[in-house]
Every structure is written in C-alpha cells, then in structure tokens.
Design a protein around this ligand. Structure first.
Ligand code: MRU
Length: 349
C-alpha cells in the first residue's frame, strides 16, 4: 500500500505504526501494529485515540491484512472485532462500514486499500473545512477554552476544535487558549498542551475545576470542543467533562461550539440517551499512570464510576461547526439535526 503519514499514524513498507499517545509528551514512541488484537489493545489503552483516528487506524490495518492475504471470512470477523473496540465514537463504525462495502467488491484487496487511503485523504479535507468554517466564528482577541485533545494527534489533518484554534491563530485572532487538563486520562494536560506548544499557539493549562471561576472572571470568550457522536437531535457525546463546560458556558452566557466532521453525526441515534457510553477501569480514577510514572492515591478497593464520555444536550450548544458549514440552534429547533445538515454540501462518500 501507498505510504501514509499523519501526526500519529504511519503506514510504510506495508506496516502500520502508531504514535503512542500514552507516552506523549515525555516520549515520542512509535509502536508497530500488525494484527487486530494488537490494534484493539492500542485503541482500548488510548495509545491510539480520538474519534477520527481510531476509525482510520482500523481501516488501514484491515486493508493491510487484506493485502497480506487474510481470507475474506477472517476479514469479516476482523471488522466485527474492531467495531467493538470502543463503543462511543461513531467514526469507527462509519469507517468500518465503508471497508465492509469494499470487501464486498470483486477486487476486494485493491478496493479496501483504495478505500482506506481515501478515508485518510477525506479526513484531511474535512479537518481543513472545519478549520476554515470555525475560524469565521472566532472574534479577534479571543480567549478560548478547549477540552480533551482534538488536534492532529486525533485526526489525519489539522484536527477539529484544535484545527479551528490553529486557523484562527493563523488569522491573528487568538489571544490565548485555556487548556482543560481533562481528568482522568489528561488528554488536555499531556496532548493538547504539547500540540499547542508545537503549533506556537499561546495557551495556559488549567485543572478542569478552574473553568467556572475563569468564566466568572470574564476570562473566557468561547468554548470549543470536539465530538465523538452527534445524535439525530443534535445532542453531542464527547469527553467526560464537556457537559459541565456547556452548563457553565450557558450560565455565563458564553458561546459553546462543537467542531466535528459530518461523519460524526449518527442519524440512527435519535438522541443523546441512545449513545453508548464507554465505562472504563477503576484505576484511572483511583490514581494516574503514564510515562511520567504511576501513583495511586485512593484506597485500592475504592468503589468508582468512570464513564469516558458525557452527553451535552443540543439546547446548550451555540453552533455545530461541520465541514459543510455552521449549523445553528435555530436550524435544529425541531430536533432534527439531519435536516439542517442535509441543506449543506458534504464531501460525498
Ligand atoms: O477518549 P478519547 O481521548 O479518544 O476522547 C477523545 C474525545 O473525546 C475528542 O474530543 C473527540 O474524539 C474528538 S477528536 C477530533
């Protein structure tokens, strides 16, 4: 297969490599990914993460396995196994559906390679369009708050919410980005802080619990987040803590924007309550561990609750910035997001 190079995925000499996002920013460590079990392990451990990226990694691996001669029945099984790796981000399911169609083609090995590469190229284009569309809504001198990590690490391109921040920064409109550390897995503190530093975007890292007082002090002009799934009524599942920010933004009358590709929209999911939310291990709450070391502060047997995502109701969202343009709350007042999206031009599959 043709070489692929993104910030955190590489395909060269017919081998897939992922940049270990658990080791960043302390170590830049590329891990090979040769079979489905290995990739599922990387996805579950968040070594490869972010809604678009997990879908792309799965598509590239499955295309590689087809080229290596894995029989069709095993490829079908592999699609099923990968689909179950993480439940919340719909991009994984969407990409695998596209790969399944390619697998049904007469020349399925070539069709799967083409489709996987097309998905990567499309994601780059979608990110650029989101960035362009979103930057229009950023006012000069903005101090923006973001949550989790939505940048080049999580996509094949410039990212979604971070793509918007980058484009607005290039247009000279950003005074500062407030980066939520994003407990429990610290995607903000580890990954977004690192990416913004690399991009030269001025930022300050905060603990999640500081957002409210910053807003009360008038230090936040808008909140920009990504999405893992957008339901048919516009409700949005994203990293745990997003919903709290939306409530805070609403209370303080601060715009709250969601940036995502149209492929994050799930028309089959009627509302947020129908979005499956991944539950994760207790150890992520009772302590913290990574390339910086490990520490447990709670009693070993402390009962925990650890949902990886939460749902922000459409009513709290000021705008959904997609590749096809901005969708306003007025456009979804009848609760049908798809209709609003249908009037926009999307990148056809
Ligand atoms: O658990 P993660 O790190 O995969 O969660 C990621 C997020 O919630 C992102 O905001 C979302 O996937 C959008 S990435 C462009």
């Amino acid at each position: 297969m043709q070489t692929v190079n993104t910030t955190s995925l590489t395909l060269k000499e017919n081998r897939l490599w992922i940049l270990d996002q658990q080791a960043l920013p302390q170590e830049k460590c590329w891990l090979p990914c040769d079979d489905v079990e290995q990739l599922v392990g990387h996805i579950r451990a968040l070594r490869v993460r972010g809604a678009p990226l997990i879908g792309l990694s799965a598509s590239l691996l499955i295309a590689l396995l087809a080229e290596r001669g894995l029989p069709r029945t095993e490829l079908k099984q592999a699609l099923q196994t990968l689909r179950a790796a993480r439940p919340t981000a719909v991009n994984l399911m969407n990409n695998l559906d596209r790969m399944k169609l390619a697998l049904a083609q007469p020349d399925w090995v070539a069709a799967m390679a083409e489709e996987a590469l097309r998905l990567v190229d499309e994601d780059r284009i979608l990110c650029d369009r989101i960035a362009d569309n979103g930057a229009e809504w950023v006012k000069p001198g903005s101090r923006l708050l973001t949550h989790c990590n939505t940048g080049g690490l999580a996509t094949a391109g410039v990212g979604t919410a971070i793509g918007v921040l980058l484009r607005a920064h290039q247009q000279g409109k950003i005074t500062q980005v407030w980066v939520d550390e994003t407990r429990p897995l610290l995607q903000g503190g580890r990954l977004t802080a690192w990416e913004l530093g690399e991009l030269g975007i001025p930022y300050r890292l905060i603990c999640d619990s500081m957002a409210a007082s910053l807003m009360a002090e008038g230090l936040v002009d808008a909140v920009w987040v990504g999405a893992d799934r957008i339901a048919a009524n516009g409700d949005v599942a994203n990293k745990i803590g997003t919903y709290s920010l939306a409530i805070l933004a609403h209370y303080h009358r601060i715009p709250f924007y969601v940036a995502a590709p149209h492929t994050t929209h799930d028309p089959d999911c009627p509302n947020g309550a129908a979005i499956p939310i991944e539950q994760r291990a207790a150890a992520e709450v009772t302590g913290v561990s990574g390339s910086f070391g490990s520490c447990q502060w709670a009693p070993v047997d402390a009962p925990t609750y650890n949902p990886a995502f939460d749902v922000t109701p459409a009513a709290l969202i000021s705008g959904w910035v997609l590749d096809c343009g901005l969708i306003t709350p007025e456009q979804v007042t009848d609760g049908i997001f798809l209709q609003a999206m249908g009037s926009k031009e999307t990148l056809s599959a």
